[in-house]
Design a protein. Structure first.
Length: 159
């Protein structure tokens, strides 16, 4: 096993469950703790543009928090952003990428990259969203977030 193995953390749940807020908080805590140049060189903050169509170039949360992010619509776009110095990737909207996201994530982990990604786990019909089940097979840490049921008067947790 390599001395500094990579790993994947997947923050998943429904819309308005706090996934993006959790990701933004993780990024900010690291960003505030290390040298600005090191962050710029080793950290990659990316989002799929359809993850939140309202905010361009940012990962944003429903509570108003946001952080700058590079938008990558395809895996080719994502791969082109990764350098030999990239050690950490924060990825908003992993559920929106195609099938090849799974082997790419695995390959990155095998080269000691740490990935923290957010994604929607289920469709509105309760079916797995795109390739989330396959992404979960290569994930090391899971953080499932509950949202609030949108049914008027319900207020129960929704997963």
């Amino acid at each position: 096993m390599p001395p500094n193995p990579g790993w994947i953390e997947l923050i998943y749940g429904c819309v308005k469950s706090g996934k993006s807020r959790t990701l933004i908080d993780k990024i900010n805590s690291i960003k505030n703790a290390i040298d600005k140049e090191k962050f710029k060189k080793e950290f990659l903050v990316v989002k799929h543009p359809f993850d939140d169509k309202e905010t361009k170039g940012k990962i944003s949360s429903f509570d108003g928090g946001s952080i700058d992010a590079i938008e990558c619509e395809t895996l080719k776009d994502l791969v082109e952003c990764i350098t030999k110095y990239t050690k950490f990737i924060f990825l908003g909207g992993v559920h929106l990428f195609g099938r090849d996201i799974v082997p790419l994530l695995k390959a990155l982990v095998d080269t000691n990259v740490i990935i923290v990604a957010t994604g929607i786990n289920l469709t509105s019909k309760g079916k797995p969203y795109n390739y989330i089940p396959q992404i979960m097979t290569v994930t090391d840490v899971y953080d499932i977030r509950a949202g609030e049921c949108f049914t008027p008067g319900c207020g129960e947790d929704a997963y």
